[in-house]
Write a protein that binds this ligand. Structure first.
Ligand SMILES: CC(C)(COP(=O)(O)OP(=O)(O)OC[C@H]1O[C@@H](n2cnc3c(N)ncnc32)[C@H](O)[C@@H]1OP(=O)(O)O)[C@@H](O)C(=O)NCCC(=O)NCCS
Length: 168
């Protein structure tokens, strides 16, 4: 997977690139800014080494977001999508999500699954807005400051979707 061309309509020029070892430091930096319980650098590195699909968003030569996805038999699982706090609410996650959906459709996955914290309104809104349906909850799935927190499981049916332009 290479670099995709830029949208003429987007305010921020974004390049999407396959995540590699040289991106680890910056990805980990953003991970720590975004989560109370961030993944370690080792976890992210293991994902890359074991064939997970990682994509970084580059804006003005600097990584400002990333996503990590796991391929199953005929489905994919989105495990992480994260945008640097200074670059949020500019539709970068929306474009990155579309990019990940396109990869999934290209790989002939029928469904994309993901889990999200019940309290993560921003992410829940992002998924709902992009056609994900809630299919269940997982009790006490995440660590939280109050003890444990439930996850909501979302699914998007990809079986009838075609690869879409991410430039719109
Ligand atoms: C969730 C996250 C990826 C969204 O990234 P983003 O680039 O700001 O999202 P977008 O600009 O593409 O917004 C798309 C939609 O998400 C929702 N959204 C984004 N930020 C929001 C906010 N602060 N409050 C409420 N809804 C929000 C909205 O529905 C928005 O659409 P709208 O602007 O038309 O209302 C980002 O907040 C983030 O990195 N959070 C920390 C990491 C995380 O929680 N990842 C998800 C793990 S499951």
């Amino acid at each position: 997977m290479g670099i995709t061309p830029q949208s003429p309509s987007s305010s921020l020029p974004i390049l999407f690139k396959t995540m590699g070892e040289s991106h680890l430091e910056r990805v980990f930096e953003i991970e720590q800014l975004a989560y109370d319980y961030p993944w370690t650098k080792g976890i992210i590195n293991d994902c890359l080494k074991t064939g997970y699909i990682g994509v970084v968003c580059i804006i003005d030569k600097q990584i400002q977001g990333y996503a990590i996805m796991l391929r199953g038999v005929d489905e994919v699982h989105l495990l992480n999508i994260c945008i640097h706090p200074d670059f949020r609410q500019q539709k970068i996650a929306t474009k990155l999500l579309k990019y990940m959906l396109n990869i999934s459709i290209f790989m002939k996955a029928n469904n994309l699954f993901l889990e999200v914290r019940k309290s993560n309104t921003q992410a829940i809104n992002l998924y709902k807005k992009n056609g994900f349906k809630q299919i269940g909850t997982r009790k006490d799935y995440y660590r939280s400051k109050q003890g444990r927190e439930d996850a909501i499981t979302f699914k998007k049916d990809l079986s009838t979707l075609k690869i879409e332009s991410i430039l719109t």
